[in-house]
Design a protein around this ligand. Structure first.
Ligand code: FE2
Ligand code: FE2
Length: 145
């Protein structure tokens, strides 16, 4: 497995969890559970992706801008989750904010997969791609537990 395949596995889970989240209604156990699942996945992925993908890419001159951009977006998504945490789950504002977050996350993953992965593919050698995958998966699992 290389780092791109490892990252995509979580992206696919995030897409599924985000879709499920915006189908939920009001202050229900389903919504609480769907949000917790989505949030845990996103947070574990962000941290592991920063530590074992973006920070190593920062070593390259051509990796600095893309890493900064992606990490800034992680921060924006974290702030959107903070907003959700502070919003009454039964209010229409909660679903509106959840939809905005889902859109943001989808856009972010699209940009990573279509643009950043291609750029990183040219910077990292095969050995690095494999080593980073192992480190990423280990960190991701540690974050989730
Ligand atoms: Fe990301
Ligand atoms: Fe990602």
């Amino acid at each position: 497995m290389n780092i791109f395949e490892a990252l995509r596995e979580s992206h696919d889970r995030q897409r599924a969890y985000a879709d499920a989240l915006i189908q939920t209604n009001g202050d229900t156990p389903e919504r609480v559970e769907a949000y917790q699942r989505f949030k845990s996945e996103l947070q574990a992925h962000e941290t592991a992706e920063e530590r074992h993908f973006y920070i190593p890419l920062m070593e390259f001159d051509n990796g600095v801008d893309l890493s900064r951009h992606a990490i800034a977006e992680h921060h924006e998504m974290d702030e959107m989750m903070e907003t959700l945490d502070e919003t009454e789950m039964s209010s229409p504002a909660w679903l509106a904010a959840a939809k905005k977050l889902a859109e943001k996350v989808n856009h972010h993953m699209e940009e990573e997969e279509q643009k950043f992965f291609q750029m990183a593919g040219k910077l990292l050698d095969d050995k690095q791609k494999e080593t980073l995958a192992g480190q990423y998966v280990k960190e991701y699992k540690a974050q989730l537990s």
